[in-house]
Design a protein around this ligand. Structure first.
Ligand SMILES: Cc1cc2nc3c(=O)[nH]c(=O)nc-3n(C[C@H](O)[C@H](O)[C@H](O)COP(=O)(O)OP(=O)(O)OC[C@H]3O[C@@H](n4cnc5c(N)ncnc54)[C@H](O)[C@@H]3O)c2cc1C
Length: 301
């Protein structure tokens, strides 16, 4: 929230009426561990939002353009050459033509695209096990039959399988199962049939979503745990998922992406204004501290 505030995004986000998020609930059978964000040891925000990502990302893209920053949609980076800290980036535009962009510094925020690690062979495997998810958005007419219907709820389905339930203000809810890839082989049929059967195999999701309509066809994602040899170099810095991606159990991804993006941008501005930046101390150390804090919970879970 601090990073979104610093970038001037809060008024536009507040105007969306997104579902407010005041905490999170972890459920295993009849056991419930409920976390209230206002019950904390430091000052700061006690609330954030539960957002459909497409809408959230569009609001941010619209806002930066309104602030005067050009955004090139459907434009793919295919190559980068560095000359000291200066660089030339080759991109393919929506009409298939190519062009070059000169820059004094590159912030790589390409997520799973992992542009710089792939182009410069910096990828290395994460120490987190491979995971797979199957998810969809559902109509959620039964939510008010449940305690705290708008609370984000994480369900422990089996020791190695968990479920996210993220209600949106639209009346629709994101539901996804995360497991070792082999779990999904226990179910057969089309994607719709598979996710329906998985939903019906858990008491909570069956009662709430057993007969609910899908908003879109279920999707799968797999093998997202990967990290990189370095977080910065001459003329570039990596942010968000390009650095590392943790299992999404604690919804840490957007926080880590926005905080690292904000920190990187602040340091790049200072460097371009002539300051010497100790990137290891000022960027890598605090970013890794954040990632490792969440990592300890992910490993514990
Ligand atoms: C199953 C699952 C569930 C998740 N649940 C949550 C959750 O509940 N809460 C949460 O906070 N996080 C969650 N996350 C994590 C979250 O989605 C990511 O951590 C977050 O989106 C990372 O942001 P980012 O900006 O680093 O990358 P992204 O959001 O992936 O953005 C990268 C951008 O770069 C662009 N790009 C990629 N390659 C290129 C290229 N070659 N040229 C040009 N552009 C390119 C992409 O099109 C995209 O626009 C989840 C992730 C998964 C897989």
């Amino acid at each position: 929230m601090e990073a979104l505030d610093a970038a001037g995004f809060l008024p536009a986000l507040e105007a969306q009426g997104f579902q407010q998020k005041f905490g999170a609930k972890f459920v295993r059978g009849n056991e419930v561990a409920d976390f209230d964000f206002s019950d904390k040891f430091t000052s700061g925000w006690s609330q954030t939002w539960q957002v459909p990502r497409a809408n959230f990302d569009q609001v941010l893209a619209d806002e930066v353009q309104r602030m005067g920053v050009p955004v090139e949609f459907e434009t793919e980076v295919t190559a980068i050459t560095f000359d000291g800290t200066n660089s030339t980036t080759r991109v393919t535009t929506p009409d298939g033509s190519e062009k070059e962009i000169k820059a004094r510094f590159v912030i790589d925020a390409s997520g799973y695209g992992r542009v710089i690690p792939r182009l410069f062979n910096l990828d290395r495997p994460s120490n987190l096990p491979g995971r797979k998810t199957m998810f969809a958005h559902f109509e959620d007419p039964n939510r008010f039959l449940f305690d705290e219907p708008n609370r984000i709820t994480i369900i422990s389905h089996r020791p190695d399988v968990w479920v996210w339930v993220i209600p949106f203000a639209t009346g629709q809810t994101s539901v996804g199962f995360v497991a070792n890839p082999s779990f999904f082989n226990e179910f057969s049929g089309t994607r719709d049939e598979k996710l329906r059967a998985i939903i019906q195999s858990n008491d909570y999701t069956n009662q709430r979503f057993g007969d609910s309509a899908f908003v879109f066809e279920p999707r799968t994602l797999e093998g997202w745990s990967v990290t990189t040899e370095k977080f910065f170099g001459d003329g570039f810095v990596l942010t968000g998922n390009v650095t590392e991606f943790l299992d999404p159990i604690f919804s840490s991804g957007v926080t880590l992406a926005t905080v690292s993006g904000h920190k990187a941008a602040t340091l790049v501005c200072r460097q371009l204004n002539g300051e010497t930046i100790d990137w290891q101390k000022e960027y890598v150390a605090p970013t890794q501290q954040g990632v490792n804090t969440f990592r300890s919970y992910v490993m514990g879970w």
